[in-house]
Design a protein around this ligand. Structure first.
Ligand SMILES: [Zn+2]
Length: 511
């Protein structure tokens, strides 16, 4: 966006010279539009400079407000949903980029309209990078602080870790190669089909082509039921063999779907192909672009799977040991498939918005209610620590960060905090830094966000407003990676139950 800010700034500067100073100094307009707004060329005219700065800041702010408004009112996805949109930002240290990032955060903090409602889209993603925004003295540290303030109030932004070990190899001079996510969690890592001259960590123009999710608890039950001593040492060993077969089947499904998707002509998504939004498109086949995307092998319910296999989940050392074996198998197979088929297979920690519930229903119908496995309405999200576990945010990060390194197609780690965190930004910073330092690729914080639609009061109060008594309440929760208008109407019973079971990861403030 930097060139566009420069263009606006040059225009306002020339207006300032003309109308405020009536100055005859001639400037080359083309030269100005290519000049940093920090240039002495501008600063030697302090009156016009200040005018241009004020006008440009206002314009950028209004542009961001307009974008937020549009993204929260257009019903353009499947005809009845807001456009799922994510914006990664935070690393540009140029004055123009900083101005945009600041506006994005300020508008997020202000909220929408008269009632200052929390916006649902865009999903803001603050890209953390050492030497850029991590510490006091870094050029964008002030923006990180502003981001934390926004997170505490509005849940966004989330935090992407550009220093994540799996994101190595990016080009420090090309932000398009920095680790970024499609807000919910999807991420693209090294591209095996990178064209000559293109960095394999290029993110622009790539995406998740299709996912297949493996329901781990079902395979665990099948392993338990078919276990016979003389063939296998133990049930986990049999489980791993069965999982291996299932991963292979998932690969076959993905290959079939990939071929089908590639058989569609570019006209099926004309706008994307005509406007160069798809990396590598050769103007002939959609495959030329789609081969840069990710084929994701996902998983659901690691915690319940471990309970079935060994009676404990990965919050215990034994559970973690087996969890790592399971994730290593996913990782090894995806790496092999990637080489063999020359397509970007990756390990995906699936959000499973619907599947968490439908899979549980089918599981219960077959196996009944098993304590700690199927005595709830949903399976636990991917490899997450079960939401009902009472642990601190640091313990949650300690556990999940041991598994995030296996993922190559996207994952998210989040912690639940009290609404009061908005009065303790330092504590929030400690938690986000802790996640980054533990090599968590993508981190988010959940704080309760209920807004009274009569008076605009925001806090955690469920169904009646403590200020005016109104029952017209919007209850925002992050159910998966995104926010949802009202989780009680937007999500199935499984995700609603999960959201209500979530315990706050407290014990934070003492640290
Ligand atoms: Zn109210």
């Amino acid at each position: 966006m930097v060139p566009y800010v420069r263009k606006s700034f040059a225009k306002h500067f020339l207006d300032g010279m003309k109308y405020l100073l009536n100055d005859g100094v001639l400037y080359d307009k083309d030269e100005l539009t290519n000049t940093s707004i920090d240039s002495p060329l501008y600063k030697e005219q302090p009156v016009a400079y200040k005018y241009a700065m004020d006008m440009t800041e206002r314009e950028v702010h209004q542009a961001v407000e307009g974008m937020y408004h549009n993204l929260n009112t257009l019903q353009s996805r499947s005809g009845n949903q807001l456009p799922f949109s994510s914006i990664n930002y935070g690393t540009c240290a140029l004055p123009e980029g900083r101005m945009i990032t600041k506006a994005l955060l300020e508008v997020s903090i202000e909220g929408l309209g008269k009632l200052h409602k929390t916006s649902i889209f865009p999903c803001g993603i603050f890209q953390m990078m050492k030497g850029v925004n991590r510490e006091p003295g870094d050029p964008n540290y002030d923006l990180y602080r502003l981001a934390l303030k926004s997170t505490a109030m509005r849940l966004y932004p989330n935090y992407a870790n550009c220093d994540w070990s799996n994101a190595a190899g990016y080009d420090p001079n090309d932000p398009r190669t920095y680790f970024s996510t499609m807000g919910c969690r999807t991420a693209n890592l090294t591209d095996i089909n990178a064209d000559p001259g293109v960095n394999p960590q290029m993110k622009d123009g790539r995406g998740n082509i299709c996912p297949v999710t493996i329901i781990l608890p079902t395979i665990a039950m099948e392993a338990k039921d078919s276990f016979v001593n003389e063939y296998w040492d133990d049930i986990p060993q049999l489980f791993l063999a069965m999982l291996d077969k299932k991963i292979s089947e998932a690969k076959e499904m993905l290959l079939e779907r990939f071929e089908y998707i590639c058989s569609q002509p570019a006209e099926s998504a004309k706008f994307m192909y005509e406007n160069n939004l798809m990396l590598g498109y050769d103007g002939k086949t959609t495959r030329s672009a789609l081969k840069h995307g990710t084929l994701a092998i996902g998983q659901l319910g690691l915690a319940e799977c471990l309970q079935i296999l060994i009676g404990k989940d990965h919050t215990t050392p034994e559970g973690m040991e087996l969890a790592k074996k399971i994730e290593q198998l996913f990782k090894d197979r995806c790496a092999e498939f990637k080489k063999e088929y020359k397509l970007n297979f990756g390990v995906y920690y699936t959000p499973a918005e619907s599947l968490c519930y439908t899979a549980m229903n089918k599981f219960k119908a077959k196996y009944g209610e098993i304590p700690n496995v199927s005595d709830r309405e949903y399976f636990t999200n991917s490899m997450h620590v079960p939401v009902w576990r009472e642990i601190s945010p640091f313990e949650k990060i300690d556990i999940e960060s041991q598994l995030t390194g296996y993922s190559s197609a996207g994952c998210i780690t989040y912690v639940e905090l009290e609404g009061g965190v908005k009065n303790n930004i330092d504590a929030l910073e400690t938690i986000v830094n802790y996640a980054m330092d533990h090599d968590v690729p993508y981190f988010a914080v959940n704080v309760p966000n209920d807004t009274c639609l009569s008076c605009g009061f925001t806090g955690e109060f469920n169904d009646s407003c403590p200020m005016c008594g109104s029952h017209n309440i919007q209850q925002l929760r992050r159910v998966t990676g995104y926010l949802t208008g009202n989780y009680k109407t937007a999500f199935n019973l499984g995700k609603q139950a999960e959201t209500e079971d979530r315990v706050k990861h407290t014990g934070v403030m003492e640290d």
